[in-house]
Write a protein that binds this ligand. Structure first.
Ligand code: OAD
Ligand code: ZN
Length: 236
């Protein structure tokens, strides 16, 4: 079935959509960056200085996320995708829970904790093993030290992913923004591009964010309840 009144629908998700799955958010109470300093763990400098420390953080996170399952909000987005012809899901999350819920058209703007990349050659590969065999994983092609394929602070996003996200936003009719504090650039710019191009902007978040002032609708509450209510209100 195609719900053409909604096409193209673009969704941008952040850590809030995975909160109910047990994945901690980054900011706010209990957030990663309340307990850890991002500059010690999520920058290229930190990795250069102490790769073992950075890898310990990522082994711990892989283990944590490994125990988490997608929630109803992830599943509902996957079923909305099935109903629409023109749909893109842009996520800032690195947990892989959208794919675990069978979403297919996903742009992982900030990378994935399940993908590694070589520090020397161009090699990138998936590794779902938990725990990993080595504390300091190496590249299967050239043997050099591997790192998580995640965008760290101070690093540019993948240009192609960002371009696809901007393009999708610019031509969207509806843009749904779920569970992001909308403070990290350039991701926070994506809904603004949609808004400026005339899309209807719907924000789902229990809190007010810098995006709220631009939103046509702010559904104040959790991703699971508000996404279900929104979908009920517009689906035929
Ligand atoms: P944040 O931790 O900054 O924000 C999470 C947002 O989710 C907040 O606005 C909360 O109000 C909201 N929230 C919490 N529980 C929710 C729920 N049950 N339903 C809906 N919303 C809820 O996470 P992000 O905005 O995703 O970067 O952070 C952006 C980037 O900063 C991340 O991708 C990460 C981080 O440093 C990288 O990993 C590169
Ligand atoms: Zn290599």
């Amino acid at each position: 079935m195609t719900n053409s009144a909604l096409d193209p629908l673009v969704v941008l998700t952040g850590a809030g959509i995975s909160a109910a799955s047990g994945v901690p958010t980054y900011r706010g109470v209990g957030g990663f960056w309340q307990n850890y300093r991002a500059q010690d763990l999520a920058t290229p400098e930190a990795f250069q200085h102490d790769p073992a420390l950075v890898w310990r953080f990522y082994h711990w996170r892989r283990n944590l996320v490994h125990q988490c399952k997608p929630n109803q909000a992830h599943y509902l987005l996957a079923s909305i995708e099935d109903k629409l012809e023109d749909f893109v899901l842009i996520t800032q999350n690195v947990d892989g829970l959208h794919q675990a819920a069978d979403s297919r058209r996903v742009i992982e703007l900030h990378g994935s904790i399940w993908r590694l990349k070589c520090t020397k050659c161009e090699n990138r590969w998936m590794d779902l093993t938990v725990p990993m065999k080595e504390d300091l994983p190496t590249c299967p092609k050239c043997g050099a030290l591997a790192r998580p394929d995640i965008i760290w602070f101070g690093e540019p996003l993948n240009a192609e992913d960002l371009e696809r996200a901007y393009f999708a936003a610019g031509r969207s009719r509806f843009m749904l923004v779920i569970g992001t504090s909308s403070v990290v650039q350039p991701a926070a710019q994506i809904p603004i591009i949609a808004h400026e191009a005339g899309a209807r902007l719907i924000e789902i978040n229990p809190e007010i964010t810098p995006l709220t002032a631009f939103a046509d609708v702010h559904l104040r509450g959790s991703a699971i309840s508000q996404l279900a209510l929104w979908w009920e209100s517009i689906s035929p």
